[in-house]
Design a protein around this ligand. Structure first.
Ligand code: ATP
Length: 295
């Protein structure tokens, strides 16, 4: 459900950004809406613009063109800063501080600070509050950063690759924590990730960036319903011409294609409903081919 009347967690209009005045566009012509209360996966190949978009939403960068709004306000305002938490990839923490010092600092910097929540997120990972941040593993630092972000009690949580350093058990725990936050407190979450299998059960929306442009901005249910995976003899391929073929691969004379049907599928195909991971992978791979062709 999106549209002008739906309250937006994130709303971009004709958004463009370049790091240098005459440099390449890191983001271009981006327009999309993320409704409040959703968990949105931000996906794209390396360099697609995910971190740039999250930095713009977090108010760390300003658009070169167009506009981005968070919770119906500009990201670089004091109001937005108290309501939005951004976890950047570099996880900036003071290495000499203990974990307990770090959480205390979170309390001093944030008026709505919820210490029990922050401490619980750290304790669930088994990290001692007396441990020095500089001596933590990258995954443990991620957990402390997440504790800081959640302790702030944000209405919108922006997470840049929160899962990258985490082992599979912790990834599942963190995703469960995020889902509980979204369900219990209606926190809107936008998280960039390359770990597609973890998104399947968690996210209800996807924004897919390709080379700085938005290729998909859709509910995951609509994506699943709108795609079909067909397998059959390659001679049947002409019957797919009237449909949008996102990605195709062949094995001998057998063709497998991810298709967005524009009506009933003709031909003699074995048809399956693809999972979210397969759909996203198809779109990401199709980008690789068109990039190669363009080059
Ligand atoms: N500080 C910077 N100065 C100049 N160009 C930059 C800077 N940071 C990113 N870029 C460029 O902007 C584009 C988008 O980068 P960005 O980091 O947003 O992509 P990403 O999708 O987050 O990538 P990844 O998946 O590798 O983290 C890339 O072409 C990148 O080279």
């Amino acid at each position: 459900m999106t549209g002008p009347d739906v309250p937006a967690a994130l709303h971009a209009t004709d958004l463009g950004f370049r790091y240098r005045a005459r440099g390449d566009w890191a983001l271009r012509d981006c327009g999309f809406t993320v409704p409040r209360g959703s968990i949105t996966a931000l996906v794209g190949r390396n360099g697609a613009g995910k971190s740039t978009l999250l930095h713009l939403a977090g108010g760390l960068l300003r658009p070169t063109h167009g506009e981005i709004r968070v919770l119906d306000t500009a990201p670089d305002t004091a109001a937005a800063r108290t309501r939005v938490a951004l976890l950047t990839q570099d996880r900036p923490l003071y290495p000499r501080f203990t974990v307990a010092d770090t959480l205390r600092m979170g309390g001093k910097l944030n008026s709505a600070w919820d210490h029990p929540v922050a401490e619980r997120v750290v304790r669930e990972g088994g990290t001692a509050l007396t441990a020095r941040v500089g001596e933590l593993s990258p995954g443990q630092r991620t957990r402390v950063s997440l504790a800081l972000a959640l302790g702030k009690r944000p209405e919108l949580l922006l997470l840049d690759e929160p899962l990258a350093d985490l082992d599979p058990v912790v990834r599942a725990e963190i995703m469960a924590t995020l889902m509980a936050e979204a369900a219990d407190r209606e926190v809107s979450i936008v998280l960039s990730s390359h770990v597609l299998p973890d998104l399947e059960q968690t996210c209800d929306r996807v924004v897919l960036l390709r080379a700085g442009r938005v290729e998909l901005s859709e509910d995951t249910d609509a994506l699943r319903e709108g795609h079909t995976l067909v397998t059959g003899h390659i001679d049947g391929e002409p019957s797919l011409r009237e449909h949008a073929v996102v990605h195709r691969r062949t094995h001998g004379r057998q063709l497998t294609a991810l298709v967005r049907p524009r009506g009933p599928l003709g031909g003699d195909w074995h048809v399956e409903r693809p999972g979210l991971e397969e759909i996203l992978l198809g779109h990401l791979r199709s980008g690789a081919e068109s990039t190669k062709e363009a080059a």
